[in-house]
Structures are given as C-alpha cells and as structure tokens.
Ligand binder design. Sequence first.
Ligand code: MN
Length: 290
Amino acid sequence: MKICRFDDNRLGLVEGDEVRDVTAAQEVLPSHCYPLPTFDPLMANLPRVIEEIHRIGPSAQILPLAGRRLLAPVANPGKVVAAPVNYRKHLEEARGDVSIHFDNQIREIQQIGLFLKASSSVVGASHGVEVQHPEGRNDHEAELVLVIGKPGRNIPRERAWDHIAAYTGGLDMTVRGPQERSMRKSIDSYTVVGPWMVTTDELRNPDELDFWLTVNGQPRQRANTRDLVLDIPTLIATASSYYTLHPGDLLFTGTPEGVGPVREGDVIEVEFGDIGRMFVDVRNAQRSYA
Ligand code: MN
C-alpha cells in the first residue's frame, strides 16, 4: 500500500497516477492531550488505520495525483536517525574532496556510528528545499529511508525487519563545512521525505533497491542498496542500541557516491525503485529575522 499525505493534511492511498482521499480513516486515531507523545500517532496505529482504509477506500473520492501538494508521509517523527558514509564509493569520494570533508577526518561508519537530524527539518516533496547558506556548498544526498512501526530498543539484527512499517525516499540535504553534522544537516527543509511511503508488504526488495537522482535532468547519483556498508538490519540494531526506536522515527540509510551542489532554481528529481519518484524545487530561504 502506498500512503501519502497531501494538500491540506489529507491522507491518501496512491494508485498509479491517482489518489484516493482516505482522510476519514484517521478518525480511528486516539486524541492526545498535553504532553504530546514523542512518537507519531499515525505510525503507532498504522495497522488499525490500514484496516479502515480497506473499509472506506472503495467509496473514497478519487483525485488525479498531478497537481496535489505532497507533504512528508510522516507528520510528526520523533527523531530522524541517519547513517554517514554508508557506501564505500561515497567514503572514497568524501575523503578525496576537500570541499566535502573540510579537513574533518572521514572515518568509517563502523567507528563513527550514526547521527541525528532535527525533526523540524522534515518536509515533503512539494515543499522543496530552501537553501539557507547559498554562499556555501549545499549538497543533495539521495537515501532510502526506513519508517519505524514498532517500538524497540536493543533490537537484534534478526528481529530488525519486524520493526519497519514502511519505506520512503529521502534527501539528506547538507551544507558542507567544518561544523558538526547535526548543525549542517538540520536546517529547515534539509530533510525531504517522500513522495509517499510504501508499506513493507508491498516492497519486497529494500535491500536490493535501485535508486537515482538528477539535477535539472543531469545524472548525479545512481546506486543500489545492496552496496550499503551497514545493511538495513545492522542499522536498526545499531540505532536501537543507543536510542529506543519509536513509531514514526525515520532512519536515513546513507547516500552513495555522486553527491553535488544545488542552487536556487534547480530541480532535483529522484526515484527509489518501486517506491516512486519525486521532484523537489530548490529556492533560497528568507534570511531576515522572523
Ligand atoms: Mn546522508
């Protein structure tokens, strides 16, 4: 099942070039009072919502997908975990280019582990990327993203798949520089997620998924998730040995070689195997005080 969030916080079931408006399925979600949970309520209740989608889907309004505004498929991820240098060729590329590594020693992921991106940086495809420091080098990083469905900590590798509810595509946008990763990669809109999520029953090959990225039609990145250094179960096991994974947490699996800069006016096109394709506009951020 391909589930999207679109327009004014509508919930959609994507079918080819159409979307069924199944927003009413969200009525099964519990209401929350302050303090709000640190997990995403949709993902925490996804099986129940899917049941409801099956029930109301056949009579739901069908809309053309074209012209819909695509929001991040998870509205309230508690955290965004990400894998640095998780493809061998990207490690070599980063080590060989001072405008990527900025004299930070690039160590292997087995040594440096994972990092966090601010959840406030998450946007959907239609929002686009707002470049905050256009004087710097702002790079695209295409990555397969895991959406956690079931909570867990110290998850063993062999149980890792049980904790994933869906897959989606992601851009781990990055301003290059000597600063900490969490600062350079947490700028508003620097975590693009979409175009929608695909539930695990529908995507059978997440560990051998082809994906590619172009900028203004020019090829930049092309890879397959079989070349991940730390594979999907190892990423889940590693992350959950540091932080409890909650429903709706996003795990960016790392980017392959071919990272490069984007500027105002560019259009990033990125496709993740059977998940789908998204177009992401790049513009400059409003930099005055607000
Ligand atoms: Mn990345």
